[in-house]
Design a protein around this ligand. Structure first.
Ligand code: SF4
Length: 354
């Protein structure tokens, strides 16, 4: 594990208290919630805020599922499907020299288990110091199925190939009602949680996410957070939680308001008091809201993100990439000490650009 964390026996809030707190929010109450979340954030991280110089690698968007909310994927044979070559991925890493890669893609038979494992092994061989965060629970579960292997065999093979941890994507929202309406062929909540629990049992650190904005109830969002909290209390393997705001592209009438995004960050910090880190994911909430979220419970702005495709395919209007100096400036103008970190949250020393 990159960091040992105290695992609280009891949550600061239970489901009912969280629902009551966020249902009855007045404007003043909202800022009280922010202050409480910020006090928890400052107790853990002081005035430090981190970011990572990372590269999102999405090897292919071709996917055999067709989740209704997903603007990234293409079904096999569709014109906008793409598949990157390994050489192209290596060249981009050589050029950009990130400290971390975040690899996720569609469920594409051309990028099946052996090839994906080979990519990780070759990345480790070529870039020994690179932090490799690879493949969501959905992909790991699918690799095991198509390769007819036990999940533990797949996860162990990726660790032996050089994987350092797993990203938190694919969780979407743990409500079965929402899954039935929007992504009914995708891995369900129980299976997603089980993949992470089994990864944690093998010592693999992972992240967790929640995609909100389907039209779900407040109680459904809260239930999602508590299920993560309960798994963390058993396994202790989650490093970071990332609330992800649904993107509505050009339909700005449906965009989630900045205050709602900030309230989600605060709720995450309050409920997930056994998670070391809460991220404000700037591609989905915008750079200014993300910087503001540092005072609402978030302690990390994720990364520079070169080549990110998923949020931007869904219509995110944010830049496709931020330079490390821009990340620092964003954090410092929000009043925090900016610290560049590696994939295991260790500080990275790097000279500033002139
Ligand atoms: S959300 Fe994931 S599983 Fe669903 S279509 Fe998109 S890439 Fe495929």
């Amino acid at each position: 594990m990159p960091e040992s964390i105290p695992v609280a026996d009891d949550a600061l809030l239970d489901r009912e208290a969280t629902l009551a707190m966020f249902t009855a929010l007045t404007p003043d109450g909202l800022f009280d919630v922010a202050r409480l979340a910020n006090s928890l954030r400052e107790a853990r991280h002081g005035r430090r805020a981190t970011f990572v110089d990372n590269l999102h690698v999405n090897p292919s968007n071709i996917c055999v599922r067709a989740c209704k909310f997903c603007d990234f994927a293409a079904l096999p044979g569709e014109a906008h499907g793409y598949s990157l070559s390994e050489d192209g991925i290596f060249k981009t890493i050589e050029t950009q020299q990130p400290t971390e890669v975040h690899i996720v893609g569609g469920l594409n038979y051309e990028w099946g288990y052996e090839r994906s494992l080979g990519l990780v092994a070759e990345l480790r061989r070529r870039f020994p110091g690179l932090h490799i965060k690879s493949f969501t629970a959905v992909e790991m579960h699918w690799f095991a199925r198509i390769a007819k292997l036990e999940l533990e065999e797949v996860l162990t093979a990726f660790v032996e190939a050089g994987m350092d941890g797993m990203p938190g994507g694919g969780a979407e929202l743990f409500s079965e009602r929402v899954r039935e309406a929007h992504f009914k062929h995708k891995l369900g909540a129980d299976e997603w949680l089980e993949v992470h629990e089994r990864a944690h049992a093998l010592g693999i650190p992972t992240n967790a996410t929640m995609l909100y904005g389907f039209g779900e109830s407040l109680a459904e969002r809260i239930e999602h957070l508590f299920r993560l909290r309960e798994l963390q209390a058993r396994s202790g393997g989650f490093v970071s939680f990332i609330p992800l705001a649904m993107q509505y592209g050009v339909d700005s009438t449906r965009a989630i308001a900045p205050l709602e995004n900030l309230a989600m960050v605060a709720m995450s910090r309050l409920v997930l008091d056994n998670f070391p880190h809460i991220k404000a994911y700037w591609p989905m909430i915008g750079t200014q809201t993300a910087a503001t979220a540092l005072g609402w419970g978030a302690d990390d702005l994720d990364g520079t993100l070169g080549l990110e495709k998923i949020a931007h395919a869904a219509g995110a209007a944010t830049p496709k990439q931020l330079a490390a100096d821009e990340m620092r400036r964003l954090i410092e103008t929000a009043g925090y000490e900016a610290i560049e970190r590696d994939g295991a949250y260790r500080p990275v020393a790097r000279a500033r650009a002139a």
